[in-house]
Design a protein around this ligand. Structure first.
Ligand SMILES: Nc1ncnc2c1ncn2[C@@H]1O[C@H](COP(=O)(O)OP(=O)(O)O)[C@@H](O)[C@H]1O
Ligand SMILES: [Mg+2]
Length: 356
């Protein structure tokens, strides 16, 4: 089976994608899959990296290697794969499946999924609409509103309005939420990029200014004081939810540095919440996953409030972090599904979805 693994990409989470892909490349069963690693640079150039070992994917050294081959993923269904542009010759490689290990814009937002749909090639994970809806935190809110699952109250701010009258936008957000602190989040980032906690009007204005450098839409949310918990979901029309894990950041919230640099942030599996709360999170995770039309996999994140123990949905990640110490694979490992088996399942689900 010929499997292309796409990594890198144009989003701010380029490096994280390389870490996830290196783990996936290490764990894929080489007897089952003929693996084609394809790296996408920050500028969006595509290269097939034939001799690239996972260490070089992880470190980013793949970009400087010789022997990379320019490659085009063809929307032409007759080709059903990719075109290698070697000097003086082209080669067409038919693919049986693609695993887009890409976080964020250009990988997790429906655009790559659109190309793969056109190409008619099975691929791991959510389809076009689910990817687009889950990448945009405001669209996610709209869909989840219909499920009855609780989420943080919010105000949606638009750059267009902020540029014309910043003060009015700040005042409207503060009035809608009624109290500080609030969270400011660009709608289509990830890895906490551009996320800020604001304790007063001034910090809210600053947070919005920074967030609007990254996005045209920004959410201002009520602060939820609770455990941060995550549930891994796997499957197509009959998804299964894993147990629930907890993140205990040592910083004020789960920032980019806390996620990837600060070794002291801890994961607890299962989360330090009651059995009943775990059951609610699992149930709500499947509800959200189903409502958004997800396929293959997603990690669904919640808060469980410290005072009333209420379960509050935060966000859904259609292509969650996938290093061997990431929450998604660890949660299924806890359930008895090891990393390599998890990859096999994801690829089977991709073929199943494609074959209807
Ligand atoms: N409403 C909120 N209340 C409390 N903390 C929040 C809230 N929203 C986000 N956070 C904190 O910010 C982090 C990043 O926000 P999140 O919505 O998960 O965006 P990202 O897609 O960048 O991961 C969360 O992991 C959490 O620590
Ligand atoms: Mg998050």
């Amino acid at each position: 089976m010929k499997l292309a693994v796409l990594f890198g990409g144009i989003s701010s989470e380029h490096d994280i994608s390389c870490l996830s892909a290196a783990s996936i490349l290490r764990n894929l069963n080489k007897d089952k899959y003929e693996i084609y690693p394809v790296g996408i640079t920050r500028d969006g150039e595509w290269f097939y990296c034939p001799d690239c070992d996972p260490d070089r994917v992880e470190s980013g050294a793949w970009e400087r290697m010789t022997g990379k081959v320019k490659v085009v993923l063809a929307p032409d269904r007759g080709m059903h794969g990719m075109v290698l542009l070697r000097e003086g010759e082209i080669e067409i490689v038919r693919l049986d499946c693609v695993f887009p290990v890409l976080h964020g814009v250009g990988g997790e937002d429906g655009t790559m999924q659109g190309l793969l749909e056109l190409a008619g090639i099975p691929y791991v994970g959510c389809g076009v609409a689910a990817s687009a809806n889950t990448m945009d935190k405001a669209l996610t809110k709209k869909v989840v509103e219909g499920t009855g699952v609780r989420q943080a109250r919010y105000y949606l701010a638009l750059r267009y309005d902020f540029e014309r009258n910043a003060e009015a936008v700040v005042a409207a957000a503060a009035e809608t939420l009624g109290a500080f602190p609030v969270f400011v989040k660009p709608c289509s980032q990830g890895s906490s990029v551009g996320v800020a906690k604001a304790n007063n009007l001034l910090e809210l204005a600053e947070g919005l200014t920074e967030a609007f450098k990254l996005d045209t839409k920004v959410l201002v949310e009520e602060f939820i004081d609770g455990h941060e918990v995550e549930c891994a979901v796997l499957g197509n029309l009959e998804p299964q939810a894993s147990t629930v894990g907890e993140i205990a950041p040592t910083q004020e919230f789960y920032t980019f540095d806390a996620k990837y640099k600060d070794e002291s942030s801890r994961l607890y599996i299962p989360a330090h919440i009651t059995e009943e709360q775990i059951a609610t999170v699992r149930q709500d995770a499947v509800r959200v996953y189903t409502a958004l039309g997800c396929r293959g996999l997603s990690r669904v994140d919640f808060f469980v409030t410290h005072d009333s123990g209420e379960v509050v949905f935060n966000e859904l990640n259609a292509i969650p972090g996938f290093t061997s110490i990431s929450m998604y694979p660890k949660l299924f490992d806890y359930e008895g599904i090891g990393y390599a088996e998890l990859l096999d399942r994801l690829i089977s689900l991709a073929l199943e979805e494609h074959n209807g």
